[in-house]
Design a binder for this molecule. Structure first.
Ligand code: PLP
Length: 387
């Protein structure tokens, strides 16, 4: 079969490949602790599950509008107005099956082949993959440990050329847990206006923050014309498998992105959307309790990793990942990923799964029980001793 040449430029998310290998080992009877996959280990809160069941019984089993059910778009607009402090309406909102399609659609809608797109590296691998696949030029913005995994705005400014049209930011960040603070965002907003850039602000971890408050680029004056905000239900409400997320953007763009939905998915699952209304409007205590549990786990994993000779680990400020520095160990990040999985049954991800600037790091998701985290740390400590 003939394949399109562009496919050779399409990347992937290694997390799913490591998961497959980890499952093979488990099928052979080995014990594996999963720290590779980025999803909350909690069940979706019961009120949300009940809302989905009720919606099924009420007949939400048909096609819906490509941009999303008006009720959900209204609820999202209210949520964004409240949390980001800017007035947005339902016509600014497009609901998609997960937050991920917003990455895909916003690049498709805004970027031409040959344009330069700045993206965080290490960062969510789908950014670089889709930019390359489209034939645009992927320009990495290094996310450095010495900056506490935030953004160096001077370095960012130096990357902007006349061909730069689009930029991706992710705060709180995957795989680093880093935050971009208010002052940095203010300067980035100025750059976006000065160079007329569109910015995809990936805020999928906006509710999972341990220090301070989430600040959105959308909140800054003039940014509503420049920002596509991505958020969703996967992480906040432990709904990864439901596939529900959204983008908030200028109306003119929302209309086009909805058309991309018409051409691809038709719409997002309608009974899932009714459950999302409940997620936003119903009690929030379970969602906040998850954050508190992540906070306890963060302490255990950061302390445990720092106690291992040759590993140092910063305390992440958001999301549920740590990115320990393993440069002092006599193996590459990829070799360590394989070593810990094959020899010690601990599934982690090489920092290089998130881009070339991830060399010298491993990413561990601490969306796992304290008991499993302690066992994984003991196994890794033993593994490091044997190196
Ligand atoms: N953006 C970032 C930074 C992520 O880490 C993820 C998921 O891991 C997504 C977007 C996509 O989320 P969803 O599962 O809602 O598609």
């Amino acid at each position: 079969m003939k394949l399109a040449s562009s496919l050779s430029r399409l990347g992937t998310e290694t997390a799913f490949e490591v998961l497959v290998r980890a499952k093979e080992l488990e099928a052979e009877g080995r014990s594996v602790i999963h720290l590779e996959i980025g999803e909350p280990d909690f069940n979706t809160p019961v009120n949300i599950r009940e809302a989905a069941k009720a919606a099924l019984d009420e007949g939400y089993t048909h096609y819906g509008p490509p941009a999303g059910l008006p009720l959900l778009r209204q609820a999202i607009a209210e949520e964004i107005t409240r949390t980001r402090g800017v007035g947005v309406g339902p016509d600014n909102v497009v609901v998609t099956p997960g937050g991920k399609p917003i990455i895909f659609f916003s690049l498709l809608a805004c970027v031409d082949p040959g344009d330069e797109v700045i993206y965080p590296n290490p960062g969510f691998p789908i950014y670089e993959s889709v930019i390359n696949w489209m034939g645009a030029r992927a320009v990495p913005l290094p996310i450095r440990e010495e900056n506490d995994f935030s953004v160096d705005v001077d370095e960012l400014a130096a990357l902007i050329t006349p061909k730069t049209t689009f930029m991706i930011l992710n705060s709180p960040g995957n795989p680093t847990g880093g935050l971009i603070n208010r002052d940095q965002l203010a300067r980035i907003a100025e750059l976006a206006i000065e160079h007329n850039l569109t910015v995809l602000a990936d805020e999928i971890y906006s509710r999972i923050i341990y220090e301070g408050e989430h600040t959105s680029l959308l909140s800054f004056p003039g940014m509503q014309e420049h920002v596509i905000l991505l958020d969703g239900f996967s992480k906040t409400y432990a709904m990864t498998g439901w596939r529900a997320g959204y983008g908030v953007m200028p109306e003119e763009l929302a209309f086009r992105v909805a058309r991309l939905m018409t051409n691809s998915n038709s719409c997002t699952n309608t009974f899932v959307q009714m459950a999302c209304v409940e997620a936003l409007k119903g009690p929030q205590d379970e969602a906040w309790a998850m954050v508190e549990e992540f906070r306890r786990r963060r302490e255990v994993i950061v302390e445990g990793l720092n106690a291992i000779d040759g590993i140092t680990c910063r305390r992440p400020r958001g999301a549920f990942y740590v990115l320990p520095n393993v440069r002092a160990l006599p193996r590459s990040s990829k070799e360590l990923e394989e070593y810990f999985l094959e020899e010690y049954g601990v599934a982690t991800l090489s920092g290089t799964s998130f881009g070339t600037f991830g060399e010298g790091y491993l990413r561990l998701s601490y969306a796992n029980s304290l008991e499993n985290l302690r066992e994984a740390l003991a196994r890794m400590a033993e593994g490091v001793r044997k190196l």
